[in-house]
Design a binder for this molecule. Sequence first.
Ligand code: VGL
Ligand code: ZN
Length: 182
Amino acid sequence: MKRALLIVDVQNDFCPGGALAVKDGDKAVEVINRLIPRFEVVVASKDWHPAQSVHFDKWPVHCVADMAGADFHPLLQTGNIGQVFRKGTDNKDDGYSAFEATNLSLADYLRERKVEELYVCGLATDYCVKASALDALSLGFRTVVITDAVAAVNARPGDDIRALEEMRNRGVALVSAAEIPE
Ligand code: VGL
Ligand code: ZN
């Protein structure tokens, strides 16, 4: 089965020191860097908001298009990322899922490359990772979340566990990086 790696929102604002820092967001980067060479197809999403958006009624301002906070984490190895998908670009919705990207369709990109299985990692487990994984599943991809290559906002304690349970109950496979077959 042809597989791809989706790296969700590994951006400065979601890492320590950023506007919406996710605990251990930077720790996931090390795991992700080791995963990248194992996939033939690697794509990434970026949270990419206009300066004013309904999104900022519920979140601190973060990942504004073209600002430093929206850059990839400086340690993320981006060389093999084939395409970046920008989402959250509308000022009227959250756009959590990478499948809502507005620059290019992620679903079309994967189908054109005959990808059947999508491995999802990145930030944040309880929002964009979850939304992207559940959309992938609905679109017919076998979907796997790499549990040691994600980190959660955890606005309410336990949101990370609940998000992983919801994904698993819907049919997303949960694996650690070490369990991914060669
Ligand atoms: C995200 C909250 C707000 C995410 C994006 O990438 O998971 N979370 N915007
Ligand atoms: Zn956002």
